[in-house]
Design a protein around this ligand. Structure first.
Ligand code: TYD
Length: 207
């Protein structure tokens, strides 16, 4: 049987990486084989593109070039890591996927979601997750958590202004509302244990 593909999405500092780990553990306890991966990255080629995207000057790429690099990294990640794992019957959990490009480059970056979807169709055959978990934080808490992280050194995109990150959150909310079958919105303001329990409950229909 083909495995399932799950993405975790959200703005900066929502705790996605912790929850990917927690969900992977919970699924393994149920006897499933699970691959944990992330974007940008998740395959050797895509990890090389990750450095191009996250390092250097904020103005390093035009908006179009940035969107193409994310789509190129994703195409490699899908072809080399995600599809082969699903075909082996494994489950794949990805820390970010297409919806990050829709929200960041398409929404906040102003390119529009249709152009991002067109790149995804070309690069990855329009491949979409079976479920997307949106970790959502009230704007104040999101800013506080992101601010804490900034002092530890933000990357090219994480370091963009408040307005940009508010645009990202608004775009994610609109995406979740438009696709209630695929999306589940998770309140990420609780303790890691509480959030992990809510996430597992939001997966029950797939298990
Ligand atoms: P990362 O260190 O993985 O950050 P986080 O812990 O917030 O997930 O850096 C990824 C950065 O790239 C993050 O700021 C979101 C951004 N990004 C996009 O703008 N578009 C995309 O398609 C993806 C996958 C990430």
């Amino acid at each position: 049987m083909r495995g399932r593909f799950i993405s975790l999405e959200g703005g900066e500092g929502a705790g996605k990486s912790t929850q990917v780990r927690r969900l992977a553990e919970a699924l393994r306890e149920r006897g499933l084989d699970v691959v944990e991966t992330r974007e940008p990255g998740g395959s050797p080629g895509a990890e090389a593109i990750r450095s191009l995207l996250l390092e250097g000057d904020e103005q390093r790429w035009t908006a179009e070039a940035e969107a193409l690099l994310f789509a190129a990294a994703r195409a490699d990640h899908v072809a080399r890591t995600i599809r082969p794992a699903l075909e082996r019957g494994e489950w794949v959990l990805s820390d970010r996927f297409l919806d990050s490009s829709l929200a960041y480059q398409g929404g906040a970056g102003g390119l529009g979601v249709d152009r991002i979807r067109a790149l995804h169709k070309f690069g990855s055959g329009g491949f979409v997750p079976d479920r997307t978990l949106l970790l959502s934080l009230p704007p104040k808490e999101a800013a506080a958590r992101a601010g804490r992280r900034d002092t530890e050194g933000a990357d090219r995109i994480g370091g963009r202004g408040d307005l940009y990150h508010r645009g990202v959150s608004a775009a994610f909310e609109a995406l979740a509302e438009a696709e209630p079958e695929r999306y589940r919105v998770i309140d990420a303001s609780g303790s890691p244990d509480d959030v992990a329990a809510v996430i597992l409950a939001a997966m029950e229909d797939l298990l």
